[in-house]
Design a protein around this ligand. Structure first.
Ligand code: TRP
Length: 351
């Protein structure tokens, strides 16, 4: 079986370290494996579903997200990075898929439910937003994707995509679509990284992020202000590791190597946690360690960004060329869909 990988992000802001451990690290690993095709979509159409009046934000962040990918090490020689709206066939596919999904089923999608709450839409949910899981199914199915590297919040989207694929195959009696599988980070803590304030999820809207593009000083300031254990007042007090943002991030980012390099008095994270629990270990010390660990990852990304920013035109060119290639693949899938449905009317002209 072919291995076709696809994933994407909405261009509503720069990518942060939650994206990094939640999905980018897996993409970096995957790009060094054997595969047939690997696409990363900058999902501008999806971003517009709740930003109709905010087109500039979406438009300006397309290039930002592209720079985030490239500076984090995504290799454009291996991976097709493209802009969703440059493949209009996705919208047409969505029209046909919409007929296979009920309003009730969409309303049960847990990610959509959460997002509706977050955005306090109440009774004014844009139809496009409500339907975006269907459009995301098109994103995935148009390319014959069987592997989708994502964070945990995207699992309901992939589940719904599988239902749509199955329903299409059953309704039209042809096995057009493969069943896509999600690929989650191995380390549980990376599947949904908490925010700096201890919030359940790092997210732009909550303002609790460390961005890949943040400068050294900003990263340090953010870490120094991170939520720890409010009852750990004096250094000698015993501290809690659970729900402590600094320890969550260390779980996600620190390796035994990091200890050797930046905190050799401890062998590993277990030792550090044990000391914190017992008392006698101050927050400043663990925060400075986390800062060293993160700066080591972020410094090369920041430097690469500076280089990339010198030639924005080249990045747009790359995106447009890739969009054309992606479009051909989607056109082919759409044609197969129409044949399966019996609406490939061009056949009437041929005789
Ligand atoms: N919903 C994803 C997000 O919010 C973005 C996305 C759009 C996506 N299309 C996709 C992810 C297809 C994986 C596959 O970040």
């Amino acid at each position: 079986m072919k291995k076709i990988i696809l994933t994407g992000d909405r261009p509503t802001g720069n990518l942060h370290i939650g994206h990094y451990v939640g999905s980018i690290v897996n993409r970096l690993k995957l790009q060094n494996t054997e595969f047939d095709k690997f696409y990363i979509m900058i999902a501008d159409t999806q971003a517009l579903t709740d930003n109709a009046g905010n087109v500039d934000k979406v438009k300006n962040n397309i290039i930002q997200v592209a720079i985030d990918y490239l500076s984090a090490g995504i290799n454009p020689e291996k991976v097709n990075i493209f802009i969703q709206s440059q493949v209009p066939e996705l919208a047409e596919m969505t029209m046909y898929f919409m007929n296979l999904v009920t309003v009730a089923r969409l309303g049960r999608n847990p990610t959509v439910k959460d997002e509706i709450k977050q955005r306090s839409f109440s009774n004014s949910i844009p139809v496009g937003f409500f339907c975006y899981p269907i459009s995301q199914a098109s994103d995935i199915l148009a390319f014959g994707t069987n592997l989708v590297p994502v964070g945990e919040d995207q699992l309901p989207m992939i589940e719904q995509t599988r239902e749509i694929a199955r329903s299409f195959n059953n309704t039209y009696g042809k096995e057009i679509f493969a069943m896509p599988e999600p690929l989650l980070p191995e380390n549980n803590i990376c599947r949904r990284l908490c925010g700096l304030d201890g919030g359940l999820k790092m997210s732009k809207s909550a303002g609790n992020c460390i961005y890949l593009k943040d400068d050294e000083k900003t990263v340090k300031e953010k870490i120094m202000s991170a939520y720890t254990d409010p009852n750990h007042i004096r250094v000698t007090d015993p501290g809690k590791v659970e729900g402590n943002v600094v320890f969550s991030y260390l779980d996600a980012f620190a390796t035994d190597e990091s200890f050797k390099k930046h905190l050799p008095e401890y062998k590993n994270l277990d030792e550090l946690k044990a000391h914190y629990r017992k008392g006698g270990l101050g927050d400043v010390k663990i925060k400075l360690f986390l800062n060293n660990v993160l700066q080591e990852i972020l410094t090369p990304i920041r430097e690469k960004r500076k280089e990339l920013e010198k030639n924005i035109d080249a990045i747009y060119e790359m995106l447009f060329e890739n969009g054309k290639k992606a479009r051909k693949v989607a056109q082919n899938t759409l044609q197969k869909m129409k044949e399966a449905m019996g609406i490939d009317y061009a056949k009437f002209l041929k005789k």
